[in-house]
Design a protein around this ligand. Structure first.
Ligand SMILES: C[S@@+](CC[C@H](N)C(=O)[O-])C[C@H]1O[C@@H](n2cnc3c(N)ncnc32)[C@H](O)[C@@H]1O
Length: 210
């Protein structure tokens, strides 16, 4: 089983409501705080592995966008679309594996909460970062949230990589030398719907111009 198996993720989303998933957040406060600083009016955002996250609901409410949500699971995106109703038409929904995604446009902000950390194979991480480099506008920002170095070792039955902000910055620098500058990072304790604690780190990187 790997993270790039859509069947795994479709089964996860079909098995229970989004509100029961360990990663559920009614209000994604850390992401919204970061986006308040790094996403200006009219600037385009892609939520990579956005799943059934309510980030898109909040961003629509703030008038942000254009917005795109990409996920390997069609079931996850269907849950978001059903929840949003007519407002879903304002979002570009993309069913794709981010490690093989071929972007035909670019975005100002790339947001990923809890996707990159599933990439345990170096080749998958290299592929993800190559897509990031291609998809992000020069000067734009990538927000990448992963389990922290003292976070859980598994999620959704899959092994994960855990990162301190310095480890994540080093991984990106190794794959894409000189392309991304770390701007800020934060630790965050997520409380799951069952009350368990999960330590995350959120890092923001700026793509160098040119
Ligand atoms: C832990 S969930 C996080 C969902 C969402 N970002 C959030 O914060 O609620 C991980 C998500 O990544 C998606 N995913 C896993 N591997 C992926 C891949 N290779 N490409 C695109 N999406 C992927 C899953 O379907 C799932 O929705």
């Amino acid at each position: 089983m790997t993270t790039t198996d859509p069947d795994h993720w479709n089964q996860v989303y079909d098995a229970r409501p989004e509100t029961a998933l360990t990663w559920f957040e009614a209000t994604p406060t850390v992401s919204l705080d970061l986006l308040a600083r790094h996403l200006g009016p009219g600037q385009a955002l892609i939520d990579v592995g956005g799943g059934a996250s309510r980030l898109v609901d909040h961003l629509l409410g703030l008038g942000a966008g254009p917005l795109a949500v990409l996920d390997i699971s069609e079931a996850a995106l269907a849950a978001s679309r059903a929840r949003l109703g007519e407002a879903a038409d304002q979002v570009a929904w993309m069913v794709a594996d981010i490690t093989t995604f071929c972007p035909d446009q670019s975005w100002w902000v790339w947001h990923d909460r809890a996707v990159f950390h599933f990439l345990t194979e170096p080749a998958d991480r290299a592929a993800y970062l190559a897509v990031l480099d291609k998809a992000l506008e020069p000067g734009g920002h990538a927000i990448i949230a992963t389990f922290a170095d003292d976070g859980p070792e598994k999620c959704s039955g899959l092994p994960v990589m855990r990162y301190a902000p310095n480890d994540l910055a080093a991984e990106i620098e190794r794959q894409l030398p000189g392309r991304f500058k770390p701007i800020e990072s934060h630790r965050h304790m997520h409380i799951t719907p069952k009350g368990n604690r999960q330590n995350f780190q959120f890092s923001v990187f700026q793509k160098t111009a040119g």
